[in-house]
Design a protein around this ligand. Sequence first.
Ligand code: ZN
Length: 657
Amino acid sequence: MESRWDDGDASRCEGDDLALRVYTSRLLGQEEALVLHGGGNTSVKSVYKDFFDRPVPVLYVKGSGWDLKTIEMPGFAPLRLDETRLLAERESLSDDDMAAQLRNLLLDQTAPAPSVEAILHAILPAKFVDHTHTDAIVTLTNNPKGSAILADLFPDCLVLPYIMPGFVLARQVAEAVKTHDVSQYQGIVLSHHGVFTFSNDARLAYEGMIELVSRAEAYIERHGAHEHPKAEGRLDLLGLARIRRQVSAARGRAQLAVVDLSPQMAGFAGRPDVAEIATRGPITPDHVIRTKRVPVILDQEVQPAVPEVERFASDYAEYFQRNATAGLTMLDPAPRWGVWRGRGALAFGSSLKECGVISDIARHTQWAIQVGEALGGWQALPEAELFELEYWVLEQAKLGKQGKAKPHQGKVAVVTGAAGGIGRATGERLHADGAVVVGLDIDPSVEERLAGDGLVGRTCDVTDEAQVSQAIDDVVAAYGGLDILVCNAGVFQAGDKVHEIASADWDRTLEVNLTAVQRLLSRAIPYLKCAVGASVVVVGSRNVTAPGAGAASYSVSKAGLTQLARVAALELAEFGVRVNTIHPDAVFDTGLWTEEALERSARRYGMSVDEYKKKNLLRAEIGSDDVAQLISTLAGDAFAATTGAQLPIDGGSDRVI
Ligand code: ZN
């Protein structure tokens, strides 16, 4: 590992301890092999000027919820240094008391909660303290020969056995500081946990970390443990959707499933011994709250019921029974990641962000496990220690901050005709309600109009079977399944009386509004059958129940579409797939209506534009957002017992009623 120190960047922080602390913290954060997603923490001891301009010795320590990669000055919690040190003198301190006391010692009440390792930072006798959970060193400790390897490799470090992080770890280090002159050490290596380096000089603390890690990396290379089998990842889309459905059932809500088919992961998943080595435990207990103790091992060929997931859940319940103390409630028994034999790996989560974190940890975990195997046998901590951390209040509190789930959280939706009007509004609504959404449209502007984390626009001609097929497959490959399908794309042919319609116009309207939907459904149905709360919403038209003269092809196509939806509702009910139709009318904020067209129509009725827009029983003005809201609700739990229904959204029409 190379030092990323840059004299120019560092000189801009001169004279400002906290600025320098931010700088080297970010250097550590940039290195995935050192810290992953909020792991690790850093501190600096300095002087704080209080309200009365009096100097107070302070420990600025990383606040929880901040990531070293992106941390800024407000990410450091300023603690009264002397009193924080005094806490380490206590015989014992409960988690609640520690959190409360640290909060009391904050010099700024708006600061984030200090790291659970704050006391440890306070007692180390150096200005700058750097702490990481570096893969290379922790991997060496997950080995039967771990102690010997560490003694050999780090004679200049204090090596301590694993102990629970938080107050007990601070106490352990406090004892060591009393009996050893810690300043003569290059660092402290904590088995199964990580490394501390420290110095009065920011650069020395940082580069000390890089040096220790490089030593471990060199050891791994020297022993040929860094080369692992590679293979080509292979996907089975239907199998993936089945796995996702089972995992969602175990979790009690919809989960995304993101695959990793990289040559490294596929190589790991292809090892004959993968089931045995992947289930011995994680790199560090710190990962357990994100990934659980072990992944689920999935057979290469997936059965419809995926019994592996059920087995995982019952094993998890037994693990809980074996280790639980009175008063604990079991967390959900769903796996967070899976090794799919001969194919690759899967990360399960309620959001793409959660899947990304898990996927990254899984990637580092397979590397560490294979290194461990090559060095004499991967050996994680005993499950009792891992359990203790998984159910540790302070760790659980990190997850609690994620807030309440949205109605479509973890679901995957496809909306056609999504570049504007009802389609675009529906895509945005479903996304705001928690779903990952892919919007299709023949108009390439959909790609800019729908853009965000989990909101994707894709150019696709719904009348082109190959394009539609590819789009659906890509959605399943990217997110693990398809739960909500909104068939909205349509064309409107104005003024076409029955005897005047050009054949090409008739054919085109029926092709887009009717035939394309049948083709789309036929492609989506195999996945919808293994979806979570599957729902199809078809956008019909008021013209179905109350047609007008001069829109023959449109009215006929939408009537056919409504009948198609009714038949689909009958055929799919046994698989739990609901199919409902909405009949909007007078939605004027869509591409179909221009100002001139509105004025022309209003004049025809002898009305103002405003009167014309509300030409319905309720005198309601209906916008695309209102229709989108109805579609999202119809796709959700409120309508879980409704299928084959037709719902008008037209402000009320005496012709329909
Ligand atoms: Zn740590």
